[in-house]
Design a protein around this ligand. Structure first.
Ligand code: NAD
Length: 371
């Protein structure tokens, strides 16, 4: 029986509340599925600051490195607003991203038919939408040096950010895009600004060359990032995988997210480079939402993003596409039954809390596993 090791890092606020529901799904798959998941847990974020004086212990990091996948909840909250910048709760997540070299950020935007009315676009534009934004996560404008604000002789200030990419950084993210597309509808749009940015010119050249060398079987389109933003609201269903740099990915993934309704619905994955020997990539899966201090402790948080993040781990770290499809279908079926947490509540639907939503998804998973 294939065995997978998972590290659960629930974190703060609603993180632990939604992680409980993830654990119930894992236990069910351990009982009824065809694989075994070995679970370890640790503290991260504010909870780790309280216990270890830093937002991720060395032991926690070592466990993350040794796991097939890390499932992350959320970190932060007013209690830790005044801790020193270097040890703020988010620094735990940033350390994981950096030390595991998680350069590829996958943000699916899926519109469940039952929630099509919750989108800001009309139903026919978003119903059945299933696109994947692939954002380069460790390079580009957010990390390029120099990065500074200097005072000029005339008293004015000048701010500078540097956008920088190398061939290998672009190649490796392009490769991930083509691999992902092969598991989906086999189409990649590469978005950049080659008309005004040198990094856009290189991005375009390297993606084109990588495609010609390694991925001719995948349909490739180039699109200017601003045109892509426009097309995402004009005709989002034309896309399958969109690959872009760190800055444009940040914008485009938030835009795509809003096509689907609530932040409580959105999972994400961050992947590292495949290991030369095992072919496995380090990986972290997390809901897009934060720790939601305004609703923490009330039992009302939507657990769907967290459960769907585990579903992504099944697909991308465990090679269990069938089980991943079951999780997605179970979520769709639960929504079709009319159950809604507060964040996605609609007229004539039944409002439920975190546990009841988790239980309903669990029931659906059990039915689908037996089918
Ligand atoms: P947030 O995502 O925590 O909350 C935004 C709004 O969405 C809130 O009204 C919240 O109640 C609601 N919401 C979020 N997730 C929900 C869910 N699953 N179910 C129902 N409603 C949900 O963002 P924020 O308020 O800007 O940040 C709160 C804290 O989270 C801050 O400390 C921030 O730094 C941190 N944060 C952490 C992460 C992370 O851990 N990756 C990401 C974003 C924000």
């Amino acid at each position: 029986m294939p065995t997978f090791s998972l590290l659960l890092l629930p974190g703060d606020g609603i993180g632990p509340e939604v992680m409980v529901e993830v654990e119930r799904v894992i236990s069910l798959l351990n009982k009824k599925g065809k694989s075994e998941f070995k679970i370890q847990s640790d503290l991260v974020g504010g909870a780790a600051i309280d216990k270890y004086g830093k937002p991720l212990s060395d032991d926690g990091l070592a466990k993350a490195k040794a796991s097939d996948a890390v499932i992350f909840g959320a970190v932060g909250g007013p209690k830790w607003d005044k801790v020193p910048y270097e040890i703020r709760p988010e620094a735990g997540l940033l350390r994981l991203r950096k030390d595991l070299d998680l350069f590829a950020n996958l943000r699916p935007a899926i519109c469940y038919p039952a929630l099509a009315e919750a989108s800001s676009l009309r139903r026919e534009y978003v119903e059945g939408l299933d696109i994947l934004i692939l954002r380069e996560l460790t390079g580009g404008t957010y990390f390029g040096e120099p990065k500074e604000i200097v005072t000029l002789e005339n008293g004015q200030k000048r701010a500078l950010d540097t956008t920088v990419y190398t061939t290998s950084e672009i190649e490796r993210i392009a490769r991930v895009a083509f691999d992902l597309a092969r598991k989906r509808r086999n189409k990649v749009h590469s978005a950049e600004k080659r008309n005004v940015m040198r990094t856009g010119v290189l991005w375009n050249e390297v993606v084109t060359a990588t495609h010609a060398r390694e991925a001719k079987d995948v349909e490739l389109h180039h699109i200017l990032a601003d045109a892509c933003a426009m097309q995402l609201v004009r005709n989002p269903k034309q896309f399958d995988v969109i690959v872009c740099d760190n800055l444009f990915g940040d914008m485009l993934s938030d835009e795509a997210a809003m096509l689907t309704g609530s932040i409580g619905m959105l999972p994400s994955a961050s992947l590292g480079a495949p290991d030369a020997k095992s072919g496995k990539s380090k990986a972290l899966y997390e809901p897009v939402h934060g720790s939601a201090p305004d609703i923490a402790g009330q039992g009302v948080a939507n657990p769907i993003a967290a459960i769907a993040s585990y579903g992504m781990a099944l697909r991308y770290s465990c090679g269990l596409a069938k089980e991943a499809d079951i999780i997605d279908k179970a979520i769709a079926n639960t929504l079709a039954r009319g159950l809604r947490t507060g964040d996605i509540m609609q007229p004539n639907m039944r409002k439920v809390g975190t546990t009841e939503m988790g239980s309903a998804i669990l029931e659906e998973v059990e039915k689908l596993l037996a089918a």
